[in-house]
Design a protein around this ligand. Sequence first.
Ligand SMILES: Nc1ncnc2c1ncn2[C@@H]1O[C@H](COP(=O)(O)OP(=O)(O)OP(=O)(O)O)[C@@H](O)[C@H]1O
Length: 274
Amino acid sequence: MSEECTHDCGSCSQDCAERQKTDFLEKPHPMSSIKKVIGVVSGKGGVGKSLVTSLLAVMMNRKGYHSAILDADLTGPSIPKAFGIKEKATGTEDALFPVTSKTGIDIMSLNLLLENDTDPVVWRGPIIAGTVKQFWTDVIWKDVDYMFVDMPPGTGDVPLTVFQSLPLDGIVVVTSPQELVSMIVAKAVNMAHMMDIPILGLVENMSYVQCPDCGKEIHVFGESHIDEIARREGLKVLGKLPIDPKIAAACDAGEIEDVKESFLEDAVAVLQTL
Ligand SMILES: Nc1ncnc2c1ncn2[C@@H]1O[C@H](COP(=O)(O)OP(=O)(O)OP(=O)(O)O)[C@@H](O)[C@H]1O
């Protein structure tokens, strides 16, 4: 503690031994039961974060765990479409109920509450962040083994709220080869360290294209550096997903649960150890 200490930790950045930890964690609905909460993050939009969130939920569900998805990407909620969910979420005066997919994955997303899927969400940051918190506090999540939180891209207001309000057991960082991977990964790593949240590992999406004739892997964005970066940061690589027209078609058709390829087996193995 410095001699000038005012005992007001809120206005001081010193990381001294006396520092009081501020706990912003929100309590889930009293009728909820959620064992593990995993955040899926990316440095920028469009790298396939929602796809990886969906595939992780599908694969864990296939292993016999009850999966759920909290879609915190409110301005680009793509989860319901990938699962082909057309119905709307219902609720009572003091609770909301998630919609269950055809294989039993519970999902809450803003698009399940909007009258039209195409309604834009022209809300300011604090309203968006408040809504995400409500998806945690006001939704009854029953007997969930693994909840996957599809985070908005970047390190802005909403990801920060999720990091502070939800008891995350770990995060998975999704990158693509054409990102400035090293810097983006370092940012995510630093943010997670600041928040004391374990990084489970990295997933590289759009890593390569597999030639349908000879099976050769073509690295359209150049050679991947993910292994080298992971080594440098002391992280695991949890999977490399190819660019696959079948995946895009499954997302568009709402049939993500029918994707059988097991690109993320290493991620599943790590999740099972939590
Ligand atoms: N490996 C892949 N092969 C084929 N299509 C893919 C692949 N990864 C993602 N896509 C397609 O790219 C689009 C964007 O993916 P996705 O919504 O998962 O990205 P995102 O990072 O969550 O984006 P945002 O940050 O904007 O929400 C989707 O239509 C998806 O089907």
